[in-house]
Write a protein that binds this ligand. Structure first.
Ligand SMILES: *Cc1c(COP(=O)(O)O)cnc(C)c1O
Length: 365
């Protein structure tokens, strides 16, 4: 049943012996969560790996994002994009804030900085852009705008593990960035996530919010939540981190094979490499625009062949049931255009090259 079905992604896993070795000490310590030994080791290693000054682990990426938005005490409106996973928008709304949707640019599908500035009002307190597919936003221009209007910048970097620009880890930009370590992401801790951030003093605030607001045995200063990463998650992270370079290299090979098969075909638009950016090859989105078959047609065709591509990101978050009565997608025409035409093809480290050729043959008809 599983052998001939190709899913859009497949979690990397360490050899089982390696994981068992990693968790053995937990049977000595009986310390299973609440900033344990594995948790602290993983924080240290990720700070090195992502080349960031500060990092705090969370039980998943979404709660990390909710917590960081809360920690900055934002008010009013937050500018973001609708071309993302619904988590980005939910994190804003669940903090009692209003998302203001900015369009994306047609080149890399990140926030269109030329349309951003005109959305700023006296109510705006932050910008929450997304490094979608691991494509980085125009971090320098966003920094300039944020300085000019005194806004916080929080990046949704869920897709951007290990990405660098001009040899700088992507988690160094903005006031904070959220990374997701969900099982479907490039690096995972089964479920998990992290916030990287600029101000060292911010760590106490984040650690408090992710642990009910507890700041001492008898003091609870914040209306916090429970978003702590447990030791089994952290142990999985420690194992996966040993293999991450190899994994990203394997993904690169997969992406290159797709490009060989699908480049220079009329009506098929592939992502361009971004200048001075080291990619993590997280996703392979293809835009079918004027191709002989539609995106939905290709999706069905692949499905008939047991190949599960995904319409990431469709529908836009300003068009889904819980938001569509409050927002309009008319203000984000490029996002709407891409969402109607994009398909993410299967991509994971051990996807066989023959399978890629087979997938592309079906697409090419
Ligand atoms: C995966 C993802 C999240 C949420 O991360 P979880 O770890 O699954 O909670 C947020 N934003 C984007 C863009 C994502 O892809």
């Amino acid at each position: 049943m599983f052998s001939d079905k190709i899913q859009v992604t497949r979690s990397s896993m360490p050899p089982i012996e390696e994981y068992i070795e990693e968790i053995k000490s937990l049977w000595d310590s009986h310390w299973l969560t609440n900033m344990g030994e594995k948790h602290n080791q993983l924080e240290e290693r990720l700070i090195k790996c992502l080349d960031v000054p500060n990092l705090s682990l969370f039980t998943n990426g979404h709660l990390a994002l909710e917590c960081v938005v809360q920690a900055f005490n934002l008010t009013g409106e937050v500018i973001t994009t609708p071309f993302t996973f619904v988590s980005t928008t939910h994190a804003i709304v669940r903090n009692g804030l209003k998302p203001i949707f900015c369009d994306i640019n047609p080149d890399d599908y990140t926030i269109d900085t030329e349309k951003l500035e005109r959305l700023i009002t006296e109510k705006t307190s932050a910008i929450l852009p997304v490094h979608v597919y691991g494509n980085i936003c125009d971090v320098y221009e966003i920094h300039r705008i944020a300085q000019k209007y005194n806004l916080k910048v929080i990046y949704d970097a869920a897709h951007a593990f290990g990405v660098t620009v001009n040899d700088t880890g992507i988690g160094n930009f903005g006031d904070a960035s959220m990374f997701s370590f969900h099982a479907t992401k490039v690096f995972h801790t089964i479920e998990g996530g992290a916030i990287t951030f600029k101000e060292e003093s911010f760590k106490n605030k984040l650690n408090s919010i992710k642990n009910f607001g507890i700041t001492g045995q008898e003091s609870i200063e914040d209306i916090g939540t429970n978003a702590k990463m447990n030791e089994f998650q952290a142990a999985m992270g420690l194992c996966n981190l040993r293999n991450i370079d190899k994994d990203i290299n394997s993904r690169k090979r997969v992406v290159e094979r797709y490009i060989e098969n699908l480049e220079n075909i009329n009506g098929i638009k592939l992502l361009k490499e971004q200048k001075n950016v080291k990619s993590n090859y997280a996703y392979f989105p293809v835009v079918f625009d004027g191709y002989k078959n539609s995106r939905d047609g290709i999706y069905e065709l692949l499905k008939q062949n047991n190949i599960m591509a995904r319409k990431y990101f469709y529908p836009l978050t300003n068009r889904i049931e819980c938001y569509k009565d409050y927002f309009s997608s008319q203000g984000t025409p490029v996002a709407e255009y891409i969402a109607d035409r994009v398909l993410c093809l299967p991509l994971y480290a051990d996807l066989a090259l023959e399978d890629i050729d087979r997938i592309c043959k079906i697409i090419k008809g």
